[in-house]
Design a protein around this ligand. Structure first.
Ligand code: FE
Ligand code: FE
Ligand code: ZN
Length: 177
């Protein structure tokens, strides 16, 4: 992209990227939620899916506020995170898979936190105060989603995932030696 020469252009480029990232998550989150065994984890992923739909419309408002039409640009970063996350979905349901789902979802949240932190700061710097406010609202939701996942992991899913399997006994002995 040799045609980006100012911060406003860089800003528009970044919101196109995160717009595509969010649209990819709209498709990926239901799959992660469906694969989760823990009821609270499934609920957290489903409620973040609803937030994600709202984040997409917030981004559309941001495009309008800065005089641009909503347009996506391929977000290879989120595509890679989702590709890695989808790879675990073939595993057997249970606490270990739940722990891996959390690991994958948190990577997505951290990517978003980085992206929204940047675009909120740039919007502020460019004088797009209303857009900055909308982007910070989403940033806060992403941070809360991340904290919720940490909470669920620490409240029990990691412990359950670390318990030795009840069968087969032979594998347990081998694993302990
Ligand atoms: Fe999001
Ligand atoms: Fe990206
Ligand atoms: Zn998110």
């Amino acid at each position: 992209m040799a045609d980006i020469t100012n911060l406003r252009q860089a800003f528009v480029d970044e919101i196109r990227d995160i717009y595509h990232a969010e649209k990819q998550l709209l498709k990926a989150l239901p799959k992660l939620a469906a694969a989760a065994s823990d009821v609270e984890l499934r609920g957290a992923l489903e409620s973040h899916l609803a937030e994600t739909a709202n984040q997409v419309s917030r981004l559309e408002q941001v495009f309008t506020l800065v005089g641009e039409k909503p347009q996506t640009k391929t977000c290879a970063g989120m595509a890679g995170i989702i590709e890695e996350g989808s790879a675990v979905l073939g595993e057997s349901p249970g606490p270990v898979l739940d722990a891996m789902i959390i690991a994958s979802a948190q990577r997505a949240e951290h990517y978003e936190i980085a992206a929204y932190g940047t675009v909120a700061a740039w919007a502020e710097g460019l004088g797009y105060t209303d857009a900055a406010e909308l982007l910070r609202e989403t940033l806060d939701e992403e941070k809360t989603a991340d904290e919720t996942l940490t909470g669920l992991a620490e409240a029990g899913i990691n412990v359950a995932a670390g318990e030795p399997p009840t069968t087969p006994a032979r594998a347990r002995t081998a694993g302990a030696s």
